[in-house]
Write a protein that binds this ligand. Structure first.
Ligand code: SAM
Length: 199
C-alpha cells in the first residue's frame, strides 16, 4: 500500500478494520487516573469508520467527529444511531480548513494527523493544544521519519526531536516510539504513540 492508495482508498481501509478492537491507546488514555472528564466534550479527528467515536459516545462523552471523507461520516452517523449515550456532531472537513476547534477535555487522532499537509501541521497542532481545557488530554499517533511513506509531500512525518518539541509545555503521560512491519497491506511502520495533558 502506498500513501497515495491510502488517500484514495479509505473505504477499503474502513472495511478492513471494521471488526478491529478499539484503540488500546485511547483505552489507556480513558483510564480513570489519566482523564478527568472536564466539560465532557471530546473531538475525534480523522474519525474514519467511527470505532473510537462510538466508544466515546457509549461512555457518555459528547463527541465532535471530523473526517474529510463523507463515507466515513456516513458510517459514523450509522454507528451512532445504533447506540446511546453522549451527543454526536459530525463534520466533513479537511484538517487544513478547520480553523479553531471547540474547547474539549479529550482530543483523539488515531492514525490521522500524518495525513495533514506539512504546511498546515504547525497551526493545526497549535489549534489542538489551544482547544484542550486545562487538564485536557490529547491522544493519538504521529508517523516518524523512517516510515515507508516518509517523503510524501502531502503528509507530515516527525523525527523524535520534533515530537519532543510538540510536547513542550505539555505533561507527557506516554511517548512511545514503535517501528516494525505490518498493516492491512504490509509496509514499514515508524510511529509515535502519544498521550499528553495540558497543564
Ligand atoms: C488511517 S485512517 C484512521 C481512521 C480512524 N481514526 C482509525 O483509527 O481507524 C485516517 C483517516 O483520516 C482521514 N483523513 C486523511 N487526511 C485527512 C485530512 N487532511 N483532513 C481530515 N481527515 C483526513 C481519512 O479520511 C481517514 O478516515
Amino acid at each position: 500500500m502506498s500513501a497515495r492508495d491510502a488517500e484514495s482508498g479509505w473505504e477499503a481501509f474502513y472495511r478492513a478494520n471494521q471488526d478491529r478492537a478499539v484503540s488500546p491507546l485511547l483505552r489507556r488514555a480513558l483510564g480513570p487516573e489519566l482523564l478527568p472528564r472536564g466539560n465532557g466534550h471530546a473531538i475525534d479527528l480523522g474519525c474514519g469508520a467511527g470505532i473510537e467515536t462510538s466508544l466515546l459516545l457509549n461512555a457518555h462523552w459528547n463527541v465532535l467527529a471530523i473526517d474529510k471523507e463523507p463515507h466515513a461520516i456516513r458510517r459514523v452517523d450509522a454507528l451512532a444511531a445504533k447506540g446511546s449515550g453522549g451527543n454526536l456532531v459530525t463534520v466533513v472537513s479537511c484538517f487544513e480548513d478547520l480553523g479553531e476547534l471547540p474547547s474539549s477535555a479529550l482530543i483523539h487522532a488515531g492514525l490521522s494527523l500524518p495525513f495533514c499537509a506539512p504546511a498546515s501541521f504547525p497551526s493545526f497542532w497549535a489549534s489542538i493544544v489551544a482547544a484542550l481545557e486545562p487538564g485536557g488530554v490529547f491522544v493519538g499517533h504521529l508517523f516518524g521519519d523512517r516510515h515507508d511513506w516518509a517523503g510524501h509531500p502531502e503528509m507530515s512525518f516527525h523525527r523524535r526531536e520534533d515530537v519532543d518539541a510538540l510536547c513542550n509545555g505539555l505533561e507527557v503521560e506516554l511517548l512511545r516510539e514503535i517501528e516494525g512491519d505490518g498493516g492491512h497491506v504490509p509496509h514499514h511502520w515508524h510511529r509515535f504513540d502519544l498521550i499528553v495533558r495540558k497543564r
